[in-house]
Each structure stands twice: as C-alpha cells, then as structure tokens.
Design a protein around this ligand. Structure first.
Ligand code: 13P
Length: 239
C-alpha cells in the first residue's frame, strides 16, 4: 500500500533551491505528499503540494519576536505542522509540556500536528526504547481524547538515525510501529492512527522500507531537500 511522504526540509534550502524543487514537484503526483519548508517558503509550495510548518508558538499572539502562531498558520491555510522534533527538543530545549501546549494550539485551529518521538542511541542500547516512547506519548498527548489523538500523525524518529545514514533493522522498525499502535490502543482506545518512520530515509533504502506494512509513511529530512532523491521516493509508491 502506498505510504504518506512528508518532507521536513529543515533549514536546508534557499529561494532558488525552493523554486527548482517546486518545478520538480509539478512533474509528479503529489496526492500523498506533504512538504514542510522553512516559514518564508510555505507560500511557494502551496499550489503544488500540501504544506506543513516545522514549528508553532505556544502563545496565541502578541509580543513574541520570531515566533509564529497557530492562528497565523491557519490564516495561511497551512494544514499540518511538525511538533516535538528532536532537534528542537535538543537545541531549543523544548519540553514535553511545551510540545503538549503546541499540539493543543494546533488542534484548536484544525491544523494536524505531526508529533516526533524517538530514543537516543544509549537508550536503544540499554533497551529503553519502549520506555522512551511511552514517556513521550504520555507527556505529549496528555489530556487529549481518543478522537483527538486519532487526528494526530505520529513520527517515530530514533534520534541516532537522523542524518547519520544509520537505520534500525526492518524488524526493529516494525516492532516500534506495532508498539506505538498497540500502546495507543490499550491506553486510549485509539483504533486509527497514522505512524510514520523517520531517520535516514533515502532513495537507497526506500524500496526495502516500502515492504514494511506497519509503516504508514515517512518523515524525510535530508532526502526531502534533494529533488532527485525525493522524486524517486515519491515514485517508489506507485511501483
Ligand atoms: P534525515 O532524513 O536527514 O535523517 O532526517 C530525518 C528527520 O529528522 C525528519 O524530521
């Protein structure tokens, strides 16, 4: 079954790169594709593909220099937004409490949060992957109803796999996908949830990843800023 492709273009691209990327997207079918560029480029993509922001403020509006609110995203008709990416957890010291607030702000405006969770290398090595997943899901989704959680997209991104060329084995990815789905089912009676895999997804490994049925889609960093790689990944869904 074809998978949802979400590109997190991080801070990789300048205007010229974006313009040629948009031209590439015009040549492919983007039905199941979402691109999350830096804020200034959201408008560049909107006519050719669904877009998402990479972050949102915990505040509604006011004197918050450099922040972008959920109502501003709504006013631009941005339907998706990444929250809780490990880079923001690490560099901006984002806490689970703030991530929970951001999810609530987005849901209030009918914007779908794409929540990132995942363990560090030492946590994988000491076998606490599932503990980390549970802890993050509990804290980030705190107070949300079953129906609300079903609206959220979850991205399992092991931190050690991001930008490193390393990936868990197919079995380990499948285990994590199943674990997340089962945990949300047991905990919140969530029956329908989209769970993505992220971390060094590329044109080189996507064909193999496509064979893992429990993966509903991908959150792609580096390869989503390279037109040929992203085009290959999109095309791989219709093989
Ligand atoms: P890479 O695909 O570059 O490993 O990044 C993954 C990621 O962080 C997507 O959010």
């Amino acid at each position: 079954m074809s998978k949802l492709i979400i590109g997190n273009q991080k801070m990789y691209m300048n205007r010229e790169d974006v313009i040629s990327f948009v031209e590439m997207l015009k040549t492919v079918s983007c039905d199941d594709v979402i691109v999350c560029p830096s804020f200034p480029y959201l408008e560049y993509y909107k006519d050719v593909v669904k877009v998402g922001a990479q972050n949102v403020s915990t505040a509604d509006n006011g004197a918050y220099t450099g922040e972008v609110s959920s109502s501003q995203l709504q006013s631009l008709n941005v339907p998706y937004c990444i929250v809780g990416h490990s880079e923001r957890r690490e560099y901006q010291k984002e806490t689970d409490e703030e991530i929970n607030q951001k999810i609530n702000k987005l849901l209030e405006k009918n914007i779908t949060p794409i929540l990132c969770i995942g363990e560090k290398m030492e946590e994988r090595q000491n076998k606490s992957t599932e503990t980390v997943i549970k802890r993050e899901l509990d804290a980030d989704l705190k107070g949300l109803s079953t129906e609300t959680v079903e609206k959220i997209i979850i991205a399992y991104e092991p931190i050690w796999a991001i930008g490193t060329g390393l990936t868990p084995t197919s079995e380990e990815i499948d285990d994590a996908m199943q674990f997340i789905k089962n945990y949300l089912k047991e905990r919140l009676n969530v029956m329908n949830i989209t769970v993505l895999y992220g971390g060094s997804v590329s044109e080189k490994n996507v064909d193999e990843l496509n064979t893992i049925a429990s993966i509903d889609g991908y959150l792609i960093g580096g390869a989503s800023s390279k037109p040929d790689a992203f085009k290959y990944i999109i095309a791989s869904q219709s093989k």
